[in-house]
Design a protein around this ligand. Structure first.
Ligand code: ADP
Length: 244
């Protein structure tokens, strides 16, 4: 987050990629893309390309990590070395360790953890291409992969960020807006339950701007939720049709 160095909103009120302030990037979601995982999903959100794979519930090793009254959710957020312009080291970075925790904590409230005591579920997130907002897109796609694995859930989790660029509150920041803009506020939300499971903020906003940004992000989550449901439906309709 740096001081403003270039114009991010043009004289027509449009952003550098031509979007209106309250517009999401183009999103494509697909469920069941990997045959060897118990559940999987893929998302493209603007230039972001992210895969999620779920294994489990399964016996936990080492056994002393197992919990007597609930399952253990393990998440690994990983960026491929070729996911950004300058090759990223394949070794786990502090940022990836932090984002693995952030994603896990955003997903846990959606899962009936108590249904599977002493077991584990592994969620692997592979960022193939990154362009800002990958933690949100990772939560969106991982929640779909969990649903695809048949894990009992209270709701899907949809995530989206809002923020401030050139004194304008905008939805779904891409990398340049995130870096050059003045605030970024990622939100994860369970629309059916009306529960926020992640709220972070980088930068400075007034109270009014904060409220506007949270409401805009939640609105973005609701729109993404509709696409998640459609992607799940598309997979199961195609299975049903192939059985007929
Ligand atoms: P998020 O992806 O959730 O917005 P950050 O704010 O930490 O998380 O990162 C913003 C963006 O910065 C990423 O989406 C990615 O495009 C870029 N980025 C992250 N790590 C690296 C890296 N090691 N090298 C180059 N770009 C990176």
């Amino acid at each position: 987050m740096s001081q403003k160095t270039e114009t991010l909103i043009d004289k027509n009120g449009l952003r550098i990629d031509g979007r209106r302030p309250d517009e999401l990037r183009p999103i494509k979601v697909e469920v069941g893309v990997l045959s060897n995982a118990d559940g999987s999903a893929y998302i493209e959100q603007g230039k972001n390309k992210i895969l999620a794979a779920v294994y489990g519930p399964k016996e936990l090793h080492p056994k002393h990590l197992a919990l007597p009254d609930r399952m253990v959710l393990r998440c690994r957020y990983h960026m491929a070395p070729f996911s950004v312009q300058e090759r990223k080291s394949p070794a786990p970075s502090r940022r990836e360790i932090e984002l693995s925790k952030v994603v896990r904590e955003a997903l846990e409230p959606a899962i009936f953890m108590e249904y599977y005591p002493r077991t584990a579920i592994d969620v692997f997130i592979e960022v193939l291409q990154a362009d800002g907002g990958t933690r949100c897109a990772s939560i969106t796609v991982a929640s779909l992969a969990l649903a695809d694995a048949g894990i009992p859930m209270r709701d899907l989790v949809a995530a989206c960020s809002a923020g401030k660029v050139d004194d304008t509150i905008v939805l779904d920041l891409m990398d340049t807006e995130d870096k050059v803009g003045s605030a970024d506020l990622p939100v994860a939300y369970m629309p059916n339950l009306g529960v926020v499971t992640l709220l972070q903020m980088d930068g400075i906003l007034t109270l009014e701007e904060f409220e506007k940004a949270v409401n805009l992000a939640i609105d973005g989550c609701k729109r993404i939720y509709a696409m998640q449901k459609e992607a799940l439906r598309a997979k199961y309709v195609s299975i049903k049709e192939s059985e007929e």
